[in-house]
Every structure is written in structure tokens, then in C-alpha cells.
Design a protein. Sequence first.
Length: 273
Amino acid sequence: MERLQKIIARAGIASRRHAEALIESGVVSVNGAVVTTLGTKVDPDRDRVFVNGQPIRPAERKTYLLLNKPLHYITSRKDPQGRPTVMDLVKEIPESIYPVGRLDFDSEGLILLTNDGDLAAALMHPSREVEKTYHVKISERLTEAQMAKIAGGGIALPSGKTAPCQIRFLRATSQYSWVELVLHEGKNREVRRIMQKMGHPVNKLKRVAYAFLKVGDLAPGEWRMLTPVEVDRLRKLSRNPKARQAPTQRKSDPPISEPPAALPRRPNRKTSR
């Protein structure tokens, strides 16, 4: 249950103070009965509220979701070619959410979805320099000189020169190696193009963190709601340009692994929106 004036204000009809004046003037009704008492509480999901005889539509609740995108899903609401999109994985969500940024069709890992347009736009703005952490499987192993070149930035790509970034070696086999890259840019296919320039094509690419958020133990296709604390931290980050807040990497943190080919999706709805 919520105060009537709050529901009217949230619907964009008027400010909170003006909504109170509307109630007192007798132009607001709930389920056909005129309400003039300030502080009256109604159920926004069940009660029908009218202002000047016109029904109001309560503002959509803000929803914030973290998804572990599987391979071969488009990070978009729709795909003209009919390929599966990330929206196919969150059909249970009634709100009209959309992805924050993008993650390539051939990449996997953490992607945020929300219906909070202001927050999404702020997080994607270049001035915020929000850090994204990737685990990358490449052919053979980068030399120290190559790693230093990547870290120093200035590599010419079709979208412009790269900015300085963080890179560290994770592990290697006889044929492949894994490195971790922390970028704060949003250039198209930047990681793949950097590695191609170095002569080490990408075999696997997974985003494991977005700012302080980690994909954790979510299997491909699984998602969870962000907690109120996490949403508040994202809002603070979005208002503070260059406050990157990447997660602290411990030496014991495991590198990218080879997950099973198919894992069941188990949506987690326990945390609040």
C-alpha cells in the first residue's frame, strides 16, 4: 500500500505537492469514490485511480537484472535475422527491460538489463569509464612486450586507438593461454581486435565483471536481480565520472573455465528489484 499522492506523482501527473492539492480539490477518485483525505493509502496494482476523470497508469517499477549471457545470443531486444536474443532468457520479467551496453554474439558473460533509462545512459557514457573485466582464451602465449604494449594503449583499431588498460596472465596449456583484461572503453569488438593485432586470435571471451559486480556462480542463461545496495552503488558510480570501481582481484580467484555444454537455467527471483 502506498500514499495516493505518491502514486499520482510517480505517474508523472503532478509533483507531490501539486498531487496533494489535486486530492484536496476533489478531482481524484479511487475505484469510483472521490478521495479528499491526504495520506490515503491505495494498492497501485489493484486500485483504479482517476484524476479529473482520467485513469492514471502507475509508473513501471524499476528493475535491475544481472544475466550470464550464453554464447550465440544477441544483446538486443530483437534481431532482424531471427537469432535468439538475451530477452528470450528473461521472459518472466513483466517490465520492459533492455540491455545496458552490448556483448558480442560470440562472447559470453555478465550483462546488465534494466528499465531505468537514466542509469543505463549514465553507465554507458564514456566519461564514466566503467570498468569491464574479461577473461580471454587465446592461441599460444603473449610475450611480456606484447602485454606491455596492450597495457600502454595506443593500438590502432578501426574505431580509433585503444586507451591504457590492465592485463595479467592467468594460466596456459601447450596450445592456449588465458589472460585477464580490464577495459573502460566500449569500442566494438575491441578485445578480439587487440588480440588479432598481436597475432593471437581469441578462442573464448567471457566478461566476468562489470564495475564491482561479478558474474559469480551463475550458469550460462541464469540471472538474478540486483540488490538495493548494488543498485545504490551503481547510481553513485554513474554520478561520479572515472570512479571505475572494478572488483578486487585476488590471486586465488579462478580463471575462466570450460563450462558444460548445457546447464539448466534457474532464475533467481528472491532478491528485490
